[in-house]
Design a binder for this molecule. Structure first.
Ligand code: TYD
Ligand code: MG
Length: 462
């Protein structure tokens, strides 16, 4: 073994340097460089010059047989792009305690119940603890193989012995390769083990689910660094004090990203939410000022969410406060500026708080109009037209621009019993009207091309 050296690796992005730096040049995060020992001979690319060259012509390569395994959890299967593909690695990240182990144990047992061989490897819990969890899920009768192990070589040996179709590693941060000599969860450990798991999955055709904790700055190397190595990255998130959870796909080599799955955490494990719009709209007072419903697209699925705003005077001539939760702050700042300049709203002497109910995060510009109406409604202290939803992008001149996939949004609104939808006039094409079915016609469409027109309908009903 060569002489031990140290290098500094960013816990956030994996940037490497030979001297310590306060700020990572790779991802600009502060205080994220961690000191790690490595032996120059042990890491790096092995010398492959003796191996045969094995490039192939594209037109003679056999395509992959498109096989998919279904976990039986519909929300998870959809987020994966319609089931999981053998030979791939799927990283599931999320805050500690959010429900990653529960989700994957449920998925694993779902696969076992279809007759697949599953190995669940836990470095965090003991075998009786897993048994207790399975009891809670009412799935303890299923013959899944459980291994309580943290050492990589023994995990690999167990996989070689049992040859499972599906394996779950809970979690990447507790697993160690002792020959690397670092503490579990260090950057080198996490990266090396993930690389080995990717190889193992490919060579054996295993579906490998890897759990990774997303940690607050400092403690452990986070899953962010592994995103480029694995085939699919899912994040499991939710508000700690609310019982629903969102599973979001960040990267997927075999399906669309931005897809979300919605669950609630119940006493018997995670339940799928099949009609998510109803979940986010349940606690809506009939006529509150500053509340607006917007049909947003989350991946391929429309979702009705409620935006709530509160506009109050700034006292003592302080600088106005602006807080946006679940929305892009910069986007909200632009809309506030447009409201000032194009609609004459005096927001400069007001504090503005705006958030999306239920902890959902919206990134699409189609919610602009909803934000504008919501802020105006709170400023005027006047509720908007009953049973109306708003969708549209707001331009800098106060014009309302068309949005994509308007048909799906309208159908979801009709399904949830809305009476009116204010939408960009540019979206009201003959084509759209032709595709709406009888049942969707109950939703009356109000086309607008400026903010002023939208406000006229929202507050005066014309
Ligand atoms: P867990 O899956 O252990 O989280 P993670 O692996 O992401 O750290 O889930 C933790 C929480 O979920 C814990 O607070 C208990 C709760 N829980 C339920 O509410 N119902 C259940 O059926 C189960 C198994 C857990
Ligand atoms: Mg866990």
């Amino acid at each position: 073994m060569g002489k031990e050296k140290v290098k500094y690796i960013c816990r956030q992005c994996g940037y490497e340097a030979y001297k310590w730096m306060g700020r990572c040049p790779g991802c600009q995060s502060w205080n994220s460089m961690s000191k790690e020992a490595f032996s120059p001979a042990g890491t790096g690319q092995p010398n492959r010059s003796g191996e045969p060259e094995n490039s192939r012509l594209l037109n003679v390569i056999e395509p992959l047989a498109e096989e998919r395994l279904y976990t039986g959890i519909e929300e998870l299967d959809r987020v994966l792009g319609g089931g999981a593909v053998p030979g791939t690695t799927i990283l599931v990240g999320g805050d500690p305690g959010i429900g990653k182990s529960t989700l994957l144990l449920q998925a694993a047992l779902g696969l076992v119940s279809q007759g697949h061989k599953v190995l669940y490897i836990t470095g965090e819990e003991s075998l009786p603890q897993i048994r207790m969890r399975a009891d809670r899920l009412r799935l303890a009768h299923l013959p899944a193989l459980i291994l309580a192990e943290t050492e990589y070589s023994r995990i690999a040996a167990s996989i070689a012995k049992h040859n499972p179709r599906i394996a779950v590693l809970d979690s990447i941060q507790t697993t160690v390769k002792s020959e690397l000599g670092n503490v579990p969860g260090s950057v080198i450990q996490v990266r090396e083990i993930t690389a080995s798991l990717v190889q193992l999955a490919k060579s054996r055709g295993i579906i490998f689910f890897i759990i990774g904790h997303v940690t607050k700055e400092g403690a452990l190397a986070g899953p962010r660094m592994l995103e480029h190595m694995v085939d699919c990255v899912l994040y499991f998130e939710g508000e700690r004090y609310q019982n629903f959870r969102l599973l979001r796909s960040i990267k997927n080599r075999f399906g669309a990203t931005n897809e979300i799955g919605i669950f609630t955490m119940e006493s018997q494990g995670l339940q799928e939410v099949l009609n998510p719009s109803s979940l986010f709209l349940t606690e809506r007072p009939a006529s509150g000022a500053g509340a607006v419903v917007v049909p947003v697209m989350e991946g391929t699925r429309p979702l009705l969410v409620e935006i709530q705003g509160l506009v109050t005077p700034t006292y003592f001539n302080g600088p106005p406060r602006r807080i946006a939760t679940g929305l892009d702050y910069n986007r909200v700042a632009i809309i506030i500026a447009v409201l000032e300049k194009r609609a004459g709203l005096q927001l400069y002497k007001c504090d503005i708080f705006i958030n999306v109910v239920g902890g959902v995060k919206i990134g699409e510009p189609a919610m602009d109009l909803g934000v504008a109406v919501c802020l105006n409604s709170s400023l005027r202290n006047q509720a908007i037209m009953h049973q109306t939803m708003f969708v549209g992008e707001v331009g800098l001149t106060g014009e309302i621009r068309p949005v994509n996939r308007v048909e799906e949004r309208l159908k979801e609104g009709a399904k949830m019993g809305f009476c009116y939808c204010v939408l960009p006039r540019g979206n009201l094409t003959a084509n759209l009207l032709a595709t709406l079915k009888e049942g969707d016609r109950k939703l009356k469409l109000v086309g607008v091309s400026t903010l002023t027109e939208a406000f006229r309908f929202a507050f005066e009903g014309k």
